[in-house]
Design a binder for this molecule. Sequence first.
Ligand code: ZN
Length: 181
Amino acid sequence: MKAISSYSDALVFAMEAHRGQFRKGDPREAFLSHPIRVAHALVRQGLCDAVLLQAALLHDVLEDTAIPADRIRAQFGEEVLGLVWELTDDKNLLKSVRKQMQVERAPGLSLMARLIRIADKTDNLASLEHAPPSGWSLTRQREYLAWSRRVVGRIRGTHAGLEAEFDAFAEEIDRKLHSKV
Ligand code: ZN
């Protein structure tokens, strides 16, 4: 019961934080679908730790909303907040620098942050496959795939099941992107 309530607390917090936000893809989808799928991917692998799942549901809150870190700390504690911070890019930096930093910082992530990072990358690739952002050229999609592979490549050996899921999506989308010329 405690685990369920800790999960639903984070779910409702994420829902309110991301209210009115949509994923980049076309067809349009509520942003909240993404953290829910990331958490679900962990659950499917038997990774049901309460802190891990709360952080998975909240992993984009600091990066993509104006909610202050203090609110996450007050409601979910220092450990969850620390994980969310690990997964938050510094938006003051140029996008290209941020992307490079994600590659470089990946091996330094804690185990829980790495698990979330892999599930996050898998879901972003799945979205690229099912609902590519309108206006993204093939080149841009291929670059995104290559970058995702670089990030996950730095943290291989974290969790075989999550990595296999990532690889399956990466291969599928690779085939799709290279069948279009
Ligand atoms: Zn994410």
